[in-house]
Ligand binder design. Structure first.
Ligand SMILES: NC(=O)C1=CN([C@@H]2O[C@H](COP(=O)(O)OP(=O)(O)OC[C@H]3O[C@@H](n4cnc5c(N)ncnc54)[C@H](O)[C@@H]3O)[C@@H](O)[C@H]2O)C=CC1
Ligand SMILES: O=C([O-])CC(=O)C(=O)O
Length: 340
């Protein structure tokens, strides 16, 4: 279940579904930039199925009109429109939330940072267009390396005088989804009983699961703990290797992207207590020169409502954080330098 319970109820009762969509209409035009890709296509399908999305704008340099024609036949209330390569500005008109999965994925043997040279300019150019056409939009960045692409979007918007830190999010939800799933397998519970807060960034050692803060997670010790942490940090590699040159996680990422988008929309619509980890401009480690960090964030009518501190850590988690911070700092600086 990726949607809130109230939303799921609305889906199953046509009359309340219509009502729900109508009341949310003013706030819920969502654009997907990179909608023709491995993530973009299933993400567009899942967003079409979210009752909080009333209008879906699908853009890609290739294939988006076809994806839009296909997805638009799904019998939910939202409108869908596809835009061709030269129609980016039209795709962004009136959009409240922009989700960006545009860019190349990894092949075996590559790190996420190896994608920087290709994806940095893609993300920069898309961010510049959002700043120009939809300066009040919330921007959700999926394109890797997230630790660098989010600072790239921020710096690009800053240049354009359109940066609001409350409206920029790096999507780290897949790490949270994986952590819950992998932990559930070890402790024989269901994943919704085993949520895990994951902080830091989105690559290898910068992914820091705080298992001690999870009632089930704190019971996992020794070698089992080491293996679980490694699997959460390097879960992306498992998929890259299994796909054997055909890309990285797309379906689980689409799920995670739709899940985060739904959380944001619930916050924007005034629901209280919507809290999830996301990579945002953050004061938590700013004194160490690290001004983007993922921790639990409460989402509200303006986007970021409250950035929660990371809480108490065990000695093992302190070590993980110590390994995370210098790498994260480097990744962030690389992103900023690209725009400067
Ligand atoms: N944040 C996360 O947790 C995750 C991030 N990713 C990242 O998401 C990105 C996309 O991955 P996939 O969908 O598998 O790749 P893909 O290659 O299947 O799709 C990417 C799409 O972006 C489009 N594109 C390229 N340049 C564009 C531009 N300037 N404007 C609009 N669209 C453009 C391509 O035409 C293509 O359709 C990769 O960078 C990948 O590393 C992947 C999984 C998880
Ligand atoms: O591993 C990759 O390159 C894609 C990704 O970010 C993930 O699956 O977490």
């Amino acid at each position: 279940m990726i949607f809130a319970r109230s939303a799921a109820r609305a889906l199953s009762t046509p009359s309340s579904s219509r009502l729900f969509s109508a009341s949310a209409a003013a706030h819920t035009k969502v654009a997907v930039l990179g909608a023709g890709g491995g993530i973009g296509q299933p993400l567009s399908l899942l967003l079409k199925n979210d009752p909080l999305v009333t209008s879906l704008s699908l853009y890609d340099i290739r294939g988006a009109p076809g994806v839009a024609a296909d997805v638009s036949h799904v019998d939910t209330a939202s409108e869908v429109k596809g835009y061709a390569a030269d129609q980016l500005d039209q795709a962004l008109e009136g959009v409240k939330v922009v989700v960006i999965p545009a860019g190349v994925p990894r092949k075996p043997g590559m790190t996420r940072d190896d994608l920087f040279n290709t994806n940095a300019s893609i993300v920069r150019d898309l961010a510049a267009a959002v700043g120009r056409v939809a300066p009040d939009a919330h921007i959700l960045v999926i394109s890797n390396p997230v630790n660098s692409t989010v600072p790239i979007v921020a710096a690009t918007l800053e240049k354009a005088g359109a940066f609001d830190p409350k409206r920029l999010f790096g999507i780290t939800t897949l790490d949270v989804v994986r952590a819950a799933r992998f932990l559930s397998g070890i402790v024989e519970a269901t994943p919704n009983e085993t949520p895990v807060t994951v902080v830091g960034g989105h690559s290898g050692a910068t992914i820091v699961p705080l298992l001690s803060q999870s009632p089930h997670g704190k019971a996992v010790k020794g070698e089992k703990y080491e293996k679980l942490v490694h699997r959460i940090q390097f879960g992306g590699d498992e998929v890259v290797q299994a796909k054997d040159g055909a890309g990285s996680a797309t379906l689980s990422m689409a799920y995670a992207g739709a899940k985060f988008t739904n959380s944001l929309l619930r916050g924007l619509n005034g629901e209280k207590g919507v809290i999830t980890p996301t990579f945002v401009k953050s004061p938590l480690f700013a004194d160490q020169g690290i001004d983007f960090f993922s921790s639990n964030v409460e989402l509200g009518p303006n986007g970021v409502e409250k950035i929660h501190p990371i809480g108490e850590l065990t000695a093992e988690e302190e070590k993980l954080l110590a390994a995370c911070l210098p790498e994260l700092k480097k990744n962030i600086e690389k992103g900023k330098a690209f725009v400067a």
